[in-house]
Design a protein around this ligand. Sequence first.
Ligand code: 5GP
Length: 208
Amino acid sequence: MERGKLLVISGFSGVGKGTTVKMMVEQFEKYKLSVSATTRNPREGEVHGEHYFFVTKEQFEQMIVDKELLEYAEFVGNYYGTPKSYVEENLEKGNHVILEIECQGAEIVKKLVPEAVLVFILPPSAEELKRRLIGRNSEAPEVIQKRLLRAVEETEFLKNYDYFVINDLVENCMVNIDKIIENDQPLLATEEQIEEIVTDIKKFEKGE
Ligand code: 5GP
């Protein structure tokens, strides 16, 4: 059995990563989504074991000590980490495993697993990102502000990524990511598009 591929998907808060990966695992049996552990509180509708394993800070720190995590990072005041065993078991079975994680974790994974494929999902524009983040109505305004500022910091990590896909429509985004894995002519963001979006995201820092 050929080993599956490890697919890391990152993107700024609110870009639609969660919806995209959910659709990928629903459409294609070959993809399995790793469920992360986190210390953040569940959002409305989030289910333990499905969206995340919601754990306490103490439990999370024990997982670190017990070396149960492939990687972990702190993001806007909470820990997030990838349980190692699920990833290993599924790659072994020939499944492609998706890690929907932020940039520091992605950097660690790239070092540990150099053949991992790193994809960054971009919004069609910085304005649209802000609209989506506010529109999902799940966070307090100060948390939204922190996440937008975090997006500015994340622009420094883009050099680690192998591919950039724009999420104009979640369906297209999903198909393009699948094409990356299948080496089948994906539609990728151009250098100019990336530069324009990043320049505009950086303006969030100045409160624009
Ligand atoms: P959210 O709170 O919006 O669900 O997630 C916040 C950020 O943490 C997102 O960028 C998400 O991709 C990332 N994230 C989720 N799980 C993990 C994980 O296991 N490891 C790392 N490093 N980041 C994660």
